[in-house]
Write a protein that binds this ligand. Structure first.
Ligand SMILES: Nc1nc2c(ncn2[C@@H]2O[C@H](COP(=O)(O)OP(=O)(O)OP(=O)(O)O)[C@@H](O)[C@H]2O)c(=O)[nH]1
Ligand SMILES: C[S@@+](CC[C@H](N)C(=O)[O-])C[C@H]1O[C@@H](n2cnc3c(N)ncnc32)[C@H](O)[C@@H]1O
Ligand code: SF4
Ligand code: SF4
Length: 330
C-alpha cells in the first residue's frame, strides 16, 4: 500500500468516478444537445487495461470506492471485462455503475457475474411522452425493464434511481415518483439541475429546489429526516409509515462540498479534481510515454493537492466549465 491520497484541505480522497466513454445513446435536455457532440476517437479513450492500471494505483492510495460512468457506460463494448478486472482488487470496497438503463436488461447478468456491486439508474419521467420530451428517446419501457432485471439480482443493492428535477416540468410527477419509491425496492433521489448542460441554457429559475419537491411529497406522504451520509451526495428521508425512503441531491440549494472526497478521470484519461474544475491533468500521455507507477503517483498527488475546496454555483464568480456533464462523467 502507498500513503493515503490527500488534498491540500486535509481531505482523504476515497472515491473516484471513471468515465468510460463520452458517447451516449440518449440526448437528455439537461446534458446533451439533440445532435450529439463531437465524440472522442476510439484511440483517445483509455483502454480497459489503462483504466485498470490507474484504478489499482489509486486504490493502493486509499481510493477504495469506484464508480463507472460516462456518457453512457453500457454503450462501451464489453464493459463487463473492465468490471471483472476491477472487482478482483481487494483494495476496492465499492464498485458501482451509473447508467441510463437502456442496455441494462441485456447486460446486467454479465456485469453481476463480473463482480458489479451496485447500480444507479437515471429515470427522469414516468410517463412515456414526458420521458421522450426529456431524453429525446422513446425508451421508458427499456429503462423500466433494465431496473426490473437489476432487481432480480440480490447482489446488486441498493438500487438507486436518479431523477433530475426541472422547474415547471417535474412537479407534475413528484408524487408519482414517491409512490414509485414506495412500491419498488429502489431509492429514488431527486437531483437539482446543475450548470453542466451542453446547450448552456442553465439558469437558476430552471432549478426546482429540493425543498419544494420535499414539500410536495410530505403533503401526500409524510417524511422523516435520516440526514446525509458522510461523503455522500444525497440527504435521505424515510416515509413516516416505514414504507421506503427517498433522497435529495441538492448541489444548488445545499452544496455538499465540505466533506468531498471525490476525484474523476475522464474517458480520455484526464484527472479532474472537481465536477466544476476549470483545469484537468493529463494521465494518458505520461502512461503511454512509459511513466512508472511512481511517476504517475507523483503527478496525481500534485494535482489532487490543489483540489478545490468547494464549488458553489451561486457564487458571483462562478464560471460554467466548457465541458458538459457527459464529457466529464457526471
Ligand atoms: N455537485 C456534485 N454533484 C455530484 C458529485 N458526484 C455526483 N454528483 C451528482 O449526483 C448525481 C447522482 O450521481 P450518481 O452517479 O448516482 O452518484 P452518487 O450520488 O454519488 O451515488 P451513490 O454513491 O450511489 O449515492 C448526479 O447528478 C451527479 O452528477 C459531486 O461530487 N458534486
Ligand atoms: C452524466 S450521467 C452519466 C451516466 C448515464 N449516462 C446516466 O445518465 O445515468 C450521470 C448522472 O448525471 C446526471 N446529470 C446529467 N446532467 C446533469 C445536470 N446538468 N444536472 C444534474 N445532473 C445531471 C444524470 O441524470 C445522471 O444521473
Ligand atoms: S444524462 Fe446520461 S443518458 Fe442523459 S445524455 Fe447525459 S450521459 Fe446520456
Ligand atoms: S462540486 Fe466539486 S468540491 Fe463540491 S462536492 Fe462536487 S466535486 Fe466535490
Amino acid at each position: 500500500m502507498r500513503a493515503q491520497l490527500v488534498d491540500g484541505h486535509k481531505r482523504n480522497i476515497g472515491d473516484v468516478r471513471i468515465s468510460v466513454t463520452d458517447r451516449c445513446n440518449f440526448r437528455c435536455q439537461y446534458c446533451m444537445p439533440a445532435e450529439g457532440l463531437p465524440w472522442l476517437d476510439r484511440d483517445d479513450l483509455l483502454s480497459y487495461e489503462e483504466i485498470a492500471r490507474l484504478v489499482a494505483l489509486l486504490a493502493s492510495m486509499g481510493v477504495h470506492d469506484v464508480r463507472l460512468t460516462g456518457g453512457e457506460p453500457l454503450a462501451r463494448r464489453e464493459l463487463w471485462r473492465l468490471v471483472e478486472m476491477l472487482s478482483v482488487d481487494e483494495n476496492i470496497h465499492d464498485l458501482s455503475l451509473t447508467t441510463n438503463g437502456y442496455l441494462l436488461d441485456r447486460q446486467v447478468e454479465g456485469l453481476v457475474k463480473a463482480g458489479l456491486r451496485r447500480v444507479n439508474v437515471s429515470l427522469d419521467a414516468l410517463a412515456p411522452d414526458r420521458f421522450f420530451q426529456l431524453t429525446r428517446r422513446n425508451s421508458l419501457q427499456k429503462v423500466l425493464d433494465g431496473l426490473a432485471a437489476a432487481e432480480k439480482h440480490p447482489e446488486l443493492r441498493p438500487i438507486k434511481v436518479n431523477v433530475v428535477a426541472l422547474k415547471d416540468f417535474t412537479e407534475d410527477e413528484v408524487v408519482r415518483f414517491a409512490e414509485f419509491a414506495r412500491k419498488h425496492p429502489y431509492e429514488v433521489r431527486f437531483i437539482e439541475f446543475m450548470p453542466l448542460d451542453a446547450d448552456r441554457t442553465w439558469s437558476r429559475d430552471k432549478v426546482l429546489p429540493n425543498a419544494e419537491v420535499r414539500r410536495l411529497i410530505h403533503a401526500a406522504y409524510p417524511l422523516k429526516d435520516l440526514g446525509r451520509e458522510r461523503h455522500g451526495t444525497s440527504r435521505r428521508w424515510e416515509f413516516a409509515d416505514g414504507q421506503g425512503s427517498i433522497g435529495f441531491i441538492s448541489p444548488v440549494s445545499e452544496p455538499f462540498c465540505g466533506d468531498c472526497n471525490r476525484i474523476r478521470v475522464t474517458a480520455e484519461g484526464n484527472l479532474r479534481t472537481c465536477l466544476f474544475s476549470m483545469t484537468e491533468t493529463d494521465l494518458r500521455g505520461p502512461m503511454r510515454a512509459g511513466a512508472t507507477d511512481d511517476d504517475l503517483e507523483a503527478i496525481i498527488r500534485e494535482a489532487v493537492w490543489a483540489k478545490e475546496l468547494k464549488h458553489d454555483v451561486n457564487d458571483e464568480g462562478f464560471v460554467q466549465p466548457l465541458r458538459t456533464m457527459s464529457q466529464i462523467g457526471g
